[in-house]
Write a protein that binds this ligand. Structure first.
Ligand code: ATP
Length: 614
């Protein structure tokens, strides 16, 4: 489970070297990818320029104290000139102070830019995901969605605050240090440089290990998020408790957690060994400069001074850090490109149900519905609806009945465009739903689903969510019509009674009636009820029935019906089997047909009717 890595994802196995498969998973850094990354930076070009200026100045100033050390030694100490000694010391201190102050400005600028870019990305991603159809949310792991929204985008922040400024400041420091060294002595500068390629060996190796570990840690993180999401949700933990799966879930969580600490320890140690090798190699350079510099002064009477040699050693010391960082940057760079890839992958997912270009929002709203030869498939290879056609007139009602899994919910999902028909047309108020403004379409359709979702808050909060401007009278009226007001009145807090997480402090029947009140507040032109199949007690059922019956009479409505009384209240009954409308008509005619409806009637509806009568 978890992971759910897409094609550009990072599902590596780890190890010391990258396998061929893993190498192929590395993001291809194309012009398009870079252009896309840059397009996110462009709105902040002014701030980027300021940050670039700060980086350049602070990198150049950062080198100055090393250069001034030569003057301190030669002109101040060896030349025994106290004035110059003090001057260079003060200058050196001032330069360091300036470099640090500019460094502060640079950090502020980079953090500001990074925060604003990630702010833009998060918002754009949220907007994009809001437009995704049900298919996306049913088909994707929630942990993966949350990881992309949170840690992947935070990774991008790191790229901007660290990688970008590190590349710039290290390159500038390196260029300035090299120029200063070559101006002092090309022989010693070249010797110092010879040592640099030795870095490539351990750096590349450590880089590969880090890269693999990062990928594995990310996969592991997805897995942990997935487990938490599944088992810490209200329904998830209920499932765990009722099936006594605590130990199983704990061991799954513990295993993923253990894997994570293993990876973190490995990551820490990979860096440690790397530093041991590196510090050994870095100590060779200065010694070589002292040796060759000494030989040049003593044997060849070179014009070099002790101060020059000290400066060269100091500059060489300044070079190793940037060289090391720049060599390592490849890993950070690849990592950040992989992050961008993962984020862009989500942005690239087509919005299946989108706002039409010239959206219609007719003034006169009619709740009529028409299906014209509609076919629909969730997955291309399995057609769910076959040639569904029916017409619901204004003020009339249709009951859809059929065995479980026959496609009843699927039919109603197509009306508010939770999905679009694969072929054929769905019309609302006489217009093809694909041409109607999405907001218009959905505000004019009220759906009461089987699985009622109330968020944690008061009954009032849940009602106001659909109509924030509703008056107290409107709220009470909606509750009355939904047959829930008696219950609310009995509560000490009335409308301010808290419903608990997902409404779990309420009974199934109460929740359903509140959700009916919520839908009524919208005053929709079309009402859709997906009647609960779950057995409610007969009192609850009759309360709901009392709420629904007058509404069905007063509104244009479609009902997925499981109870005979609901079916009898409808003007037409559609019998669905295996995604096809196999029978249609009024109850008495259908019973006489002796087909699917008769069988359903005899096996189900008669029973529920008996139960209600008890
Ligand atoms: P019930 O009365 O049990 O609620 P139903 O008649 O409403 O059933 P639907 O929910 O419309 O049936 O499902 C019809 C078929 O579509 C089922 O076979 C189901 O497995 C399949 N199905 C439903 N939702 C999806 C989905 N998101 N992805 C793939 N297949 C799905």
């Amino acid at each position: 489970m978890a992971g759910g890595m897409g094609p550009g994802g990072m599902g590596g196995r780890g190890g010391k070297y990258m396998t061929e498969e893993e190498k192929q998973a590395l993001p291809k850094i194309t012009k398009e990818l870079l252009a896309r990354v840059i397009s996110w930076l462009l709105p902040y070009w002014k701030q980027l320029l300021v940050s670039l200026g700060c980086i350049a100045v602070s990198s150049v100033l950062g080198i100055m104290p090393q250069v001034l050390t030569g003057r301190i030694i030669d002109e101040g100490l060896i030349g025994r000139n106290l004035n110059k000694l003090v001057l260079y010391i003060v200058l050196s201190l001032l330069v360091t102070l300036c470099a640090n102050l500019i460094g502060v400005a640079e950090s502020y600028m980079n953090t500001w830019i990074a925060q604003h870019i990630t702010f833009d990305m998060r918002n754009a991603m949220y907007r994009h995901l809001q437009k995704m159809s049900q298919r996306f949310f049913t088909g994707n792991n929630q942990g993966d969605i949350i990881t992309r929204m949170t840690s992947d985008i935070s990774g991008v922040e790191q790229v901007i605050t660290n990688t970008y400024s590190s590349i710039l400041s290290n390159s500038i420091t390196l260029i300035v240090a090299l120029t200063a060294m070559y101006r002092k002595s090309w022989v010693l500068a070249t010797i110092g440089l010879i040592i640099v390629p030795l870095f490539t060996l351990p750096t590349r190796r450590a880089g590969k290990t880090r890269w693999n570990l990062t990928r594995e840690a990310q996969e592991c993180n997805d897995e942990i998020n997935g487990i938490l999401n599944e088992t810490m949700s209200v329904s998830g933990q209920l499932l765990v408790k009722l099936f006594c799966k605590e130990e199983y879930e704990y061991s799954r969580y513990e295993a993923a957690n253990r894997k994570m600490i293993g990876l973190h320890i490995k990551e820490g140690m990979a860096g440690r060994w790397f530093r041991v090798v590196l510090s050994t190699i870095t100590s060779i350079g200065p010694m070589l400069i002292y040796l060759v510099g000494g030989v040049l002064i003593m044997k060849y009477d070179s014009s070099l001074t002790v101060g020059d040699i000290t400066v060269l050693v100091a500059l060489l010391g300044r070079m190793y850090g940037p060289v090391n960082s720049l060599l390592n940057i490849q890993v950070d760079w690849m990592r950040s490109m992989a992050l961008f890839n993962r984020i862009f992958e989500y942005f690239d997912m087509p919005v299946e149900v989108d706002q039409p270009v010239r959206a219609l929002a007719p003034k006169e709203v009619r709740g009529t519905v028409e299906f014209r030869n509609v076919y629909f498939a969730y997955e291309p290879e399995r057609m769910i609806l076959h040639d569904v056609s029916f017409k619901l007139e204004q003020g009339k009602s249709i009951a859809i009945v059929g065995p479980s899994g026959s496609g009843k919910s699927t039919i109603i999902n197509l009306i508010p465009r939770l999905y679009d028909a694969t072929s054929g047309n769905v019309l609302f108020g006489g217009f093809n739903v694909k041409r109607l403004d999405l907001h218009y379409l959905r505000t004019n359709i009220g759906v009461v689903t089987q699985d009622t979702y109330l968020f944690n808050g008061s009954i009032r909060d849940n009602l106001l969510y659909v109509k924030p401007e509703a008056t107290e009278e409107e709220l009470i009226d909606a509750c009355r019509r939904a047959n829930i007001y008696d219950f609310i009145e009995q509560q000490p807090e009335g409308l301010d009674t808290m419903v608990g997480n997902r409404g779990l402090k309420l009974s199934g029947g109460e929740k359903q009636r509140i959700s009916i009140a919520r839908v009524l507040l919208k005053e929709p032109a079309l009402l859709i009820f997906d009647e609960a199949t779950s057995a409610l007690d007969s009192i609850s059922e009759s309360r709901i029935q009392e709420a629904i019956d007058p509404l069905v009479k007063a509104h244009t409505s479609i009902l997925i019906a499981h109870r005979l009384s609901t079916i009898l209240a409808a003007d037409e009954i559609l019998v669905v089997k295996e995604g096809r409308i196999v029978e249609r008509g009024r109850h008495d005619d259908l019973v006489r047909l002796g087909g699917v409806y008769t069988e359903l009637y005899e096996t189900q509806y008669m029973r529920t009717e008996e139960k209600t009568e008890e």
